[in-house]
Design a protein around this ligand. Structure first.
Ligand code: UDP
Length: 419
């Protein structure tokens, strides 16, 4: 019989638009992996908390993937910060929903809140639990942006409990695996590394840069530098904005051609950060150079990447950084912070450039030099395509299924030895 996987992500839905609110790389990760697993005959049910009334209780995405809504707490207004109070109710609803749908082989939870929800259910139903953190409080707190609020202790404690309870922890990179062991005392034998991927059919060079610019109504002769992601201090859009201000003051000749695009929406419930970034742009006197665009759907996003000369990812920490990979798959070199998963997502000097620290002057000098060296950008673009080509989601799903198999066989052996 085909395997059945109960995937749990309670604080955001796979049906949400990524790039705003609480939806980002994790949503894409869960949807793309589920689709690839389903293509290999696995049935994947993704359980999420109902946070709007637009959908029926069960949404069939086709090909063996379904989204099942847990009706817990008020539909609207439950922020990620308020969600931990609902964990016991979510566990009860998750268990009931799973039992209603027949038996599952494994539970895979995403992000610590879902891990906490899944822990008692896995234990009560005797099903192994695989968990992916996506981000970790201790890692974030070691690399906060200026003025950024640290992640709360309840999250650190919750993550520690999930680490201790999970049968398998799936990390995006060796760096994340090391953090799980060193910062959360994970048993190294329980930690496996599976690289996330990029949809290599959707993110391609397509019809090329000029057509992408035409589609987006962007000037063909512009030097286009783009940020894609939720507007939050941790992602560092301020670093790019300040770097652009530095750049136009040091290289005024760039100004007439430079266009900086910030694509994405407010992060979580924090809408004030978008306003703060817009005010910063005005205050720095670069509103002729910087434009803001609302969250983009996948096809349009691919055009943004293709249209760009450079995509910048100035994050303070990043468990992987899907944006970096997507941009490279479209043939666009990436300038990224030399932190966490971005060290894997970007091949320094080959598919882009990694920058140490977040000093806008350092960022400005790297970006300005690349903008002034079109030949180097062509080489980096070729390197970007080659680098991204190694990261398909099919490989992610194969790696994840291997971990499921290992956990299940250990579990079965343990059951036999008890029996
Ligand atoms: N994204 C999107 N539309 C946008 C901005 C972002 O679909 O306007 C997607 C983007 O394609 C990527 C994800 O959101 O897949 C962000 O993932 P990443 O790992 O870069 O950051 P995270 O959100 O996980 O911190």
């Amino acid at each position: 019989m085909n395997r059945r996987v109960a995937t749990l992500m309670v604080h955001t839905s796979p049906l949400d638009q990524a790039g705003t609110g609480d939806a980002g790389g994790m949503n894409i990760y869960v949807c793309e992996s589920a689709a690839q697993m389903a293509a290999q005959g696995i049935q994947v049910d993704i359980f999420t908390r109902r946070a709007n009334n637009d959908y029926p209780d069960i949404v069939d995405l086709g090909n063996g993937v379904r989204v099942l809504h847990l009706n817990v707490g008020p539909v609207h207004g439950v922020t990620k910060e308020k969600l931990p109070a609902l964990i016991p109710d979510l566990s009860a609803a998750f268990k009931a929903a799973m039992m209603c749908q027949g038996s599952y082989d494994i539970i895979h939870s995403h992000y610590w809140i879902s891990g906490k929800v899944a822990m008692p259910v896995a234990k009560e139903l005797g099903i192994p639990l695989a968990h992916t953190m996506h981000t970790m409080a201790r890692v974030k707190n070691l690399a906060l942006a200026e003025g950024e609020t640290p992640e709360p202790m309840i999250r650190v404690q919750g993550e520690s409990q999930v680490v201790a309870a999970a049968d398998a922890l799936i990390a995006n990179t060796d760096a994340e695996a090391a953090s799980l062991v060193s910062l959360y005392e994970a048993c190294p034998d329980n930690v496996s590394v599976v690289s996330p991927g990029v949809n290599l059919e959707m993110f391609t060079t397509g019809a090329g840069k000029n057509i992408a610019r035409k589609n987006l109504d962007l000037p063909l002769d512009a030097l286009l530098v783009t940020f894609v992601g939720r507007i939050q201090p941790h992602k560092g859009p301020e670093v790019l904005i300040r770097a652009v201000a530095e750049m136009v003051s040091h290289s005024p000749a760039l100004r007439s051609k430079l266009v900086t695009l910030i694509v994405g929406g407010a992060s979580g419930a924090n809408t004030s950060e978008v306003d703060r970034m817009k005010e910063l742009v005005n205050w720095l006197g670069i509103s002729d150079v910087v434009r803001f665009a609302p969250p983009a759907q996948r096809q349009e996003l691919a055009d943004y990447y293709r249209a760009s000369d450079l995509v910048c990812v100035p994050s303070y920490s990043e468990s992987f950084g899907l944006v970096a990979l997507e941009a490279q798959a479209c043939g666009t070199p990436v300038v990224a912070s030399a932190v966490g998963g971005l060290r894997t997502a970007v091949a320094d000097g080959i598919s882009g450039v990694l920058v140490d620290g977040h000093d806008p002057r350092a960022w400005s000098s790297v970006i300005a030099r690349l903008l002034q060296e079109p030949q180097r950008r062509i080489l980096l673009s070729m390197g970007a395509l080659e680098h991204a080509s190694h990261f398909g989601w099919a490989a992610t799903s194969r790696g994840t299924l291997d971990i499921y198999d290992r956990v299940l066989s250990i579990n079965e052996a343990a059951k036999k030895s008890i029996g």
